[in-house]
Design a protein around this ligand. Structure first.
Ligand code: NAD
Ligand code: DAU
Length: 354
């Protein structure tokens, strides 16, 4: 990335966004990184504590659904690129409250597209709007097959429908206005800093506290897991080398049935906590299924590997152990995100600067 560039990252205080911001801040010291985040329950500036004083990192507290806020921001600051991750991201929450997903994932994305279109109207040269999306837009697979970039969209939860809708708007801005967009659709991420409502951190938290491990339905739902740092390295690669207007699938070639993954985690946790083998697995409890639960996701990431040379580096056993260790070593973080104490941290750290 060229010196003096201004890059806006939305959702940079969330799980994937914070890993991306860390990578960008360290790898491109001459690029100014603007982290725009509303700090919802899922956004936490403690995720970026190790880089918070970096001279090229700037935090802006704001909501992408707020047109007046975006208009003011874009009138004061020019951006060369935008990497858009801000979203409501949890499927279960989308089932109980779909409108928040429409608001942030659809309306918020369109507001951001509008802000970029207006700012870049006179000069699109060198600009890029990168939309970070999910494999869930493709729907659910049977026992075999993979999602490719050509797979027809078939979203089945309010979350995936909102992400599919945002993908369509991003493509519409490319075709209609020539906005230089690029999209990636990624499979399930895991690693440090993931909010403990998602499968792996929830299970780690419950194992530690000897609480039941709620496995939905028969537990034979399959996900393709990717180490979060492999994902943000893919985003960096696509942002810099990808072709405008194209879509790239990102995945780990790492399919696990939920129940098998939970068993592997239980074994890992027994070892790390010095508990007898089988101790954690005895907590597994099959519970009522998620409505409309997608049976299987699996990504074909061949295009990204062939055209841009990206490959995942971290194997599941290694990544899972690192994740488990991180949560065990960071109980304070877990306590803060579950108790809302990070809001106080924000006030203390940023005062009225946000
Ligand atoms: P997350 O829920 O951990 O973080 C989302 C971030 O967006 C939070 O920091 C939150 O404060 C912020 N945000 C939410 N609403 C906002 C708003 N209106 N304005 C400004 N900021 C707002 O999510 P994540 O898991 O890090 O996912 C990031 C992106 O990657 C999402 O777009 C998601 O759809 C996509 N994705 C996630 C996964 C995954 O496995 N987690 C996989 C593929 C794609
Ligand atoms: O595929 C990418 C998507 O992966 C992202 O776009 C989403 O933002 C992200 O949340 C994730 O969605 P999932 O629904 O696959 O993730 P979750 O961690 O909620 O669930 C993973 C699997 O585990 C899923 O089959 C549901 C199941 N599950 C989940 C929870 C929270 C359980 O069996 N028990 C649970 O308590």
């Amino acid at each position: 990335m060229a010196e003096g560039k201004q890059l806006l990252v939305t959702g940079g205080a969330g799980f994937i966004g914070s890993h991306l911001v860390r990578l960008l801040v360290k790898k491109y010291p001459d690029v100014q990184i603007w982290n725009l985040d509303a700090l919802t329950y899922a956004g936490n500036l403690e995720n970026l504590r190790d880089v918070e004083n970096a001279p090229n990192l700037h935090f802006i507290k704001g909501d992408i659904t707020d047109a007046a806020f975006l208009s003011d921001l874009f009138s004061r600051q020019s951006f060369d690129g935008i990497i858009h991750l801000a979203a409501e991201s949890h499927v279960d929450r989308s089932i109980t409250g779909p409108l928040a997903f429409v608001q942030t994932n659809v309306i918020g994305t369109v507001q951001l597209l509008e802000a970029a279109r207006r700012q870049w109207a006179d000069n699109l040269e060198g600009k890029r709007f990168y939309h970070v999306s999910t494999d869930e837009v493709y729907g659910s697979l049977g026992e075999t097959g993979f999602f490719t970039e050509e797979t027809a969209y078939d979203p089945r939860s309010p979350y995936s429908a909102s992400k599919a809708s945002s993908d369509h708007f991003v493509r519409a801005y490319f075709h209609t206005y020539g906005l230089p967009v690029i999209i990636s659709n990624c499979s399930n991420n895991y690693g440090p800093f993931q909010f403990p409502e998602k499968l792996l951190p929830l299970m780690i938290h419950n194992i530690r506290q000897r609480k039941p491990l709620p496995v939905y339905g028969d537990g034979k739902y399959t996900r393709d897991w990717l180490w979060v740092i492999d994902h943000v390295e893919a985003i960096d690669t696509i942002y810099h080398k990808g072709v405008t207007g194209e879509t790239y699938n990102i995945g780990g070639q790492n399919e696990w049935k939920n129940i098998d993954l939970v068993h592997l985690l239980c074994k890992t946790m027994d070892r790390l906590l010095d508990r007898p083998e089988g101790d954690s697995a005895s907590l597994i409890t099959f519970v009522k299924d998620r409505p409309g639960h997608d049976r299987r996701y699996a990504i074909d990431a061949e295009k990204l590997q062939r055209e841009l040379g990206w490959t995942p580096k971290v194997q599941m056993a290694e990544g899972l152990e690192e994740t488990a260790r991180w949560y065990l070593d960071n109980e304070e973080w877990l306590h803060h995100v579950t108790s809302g104490e990070y809001q106080q941290y924000f006030q203390k750290q940023y005062g009225s600067r946000g």
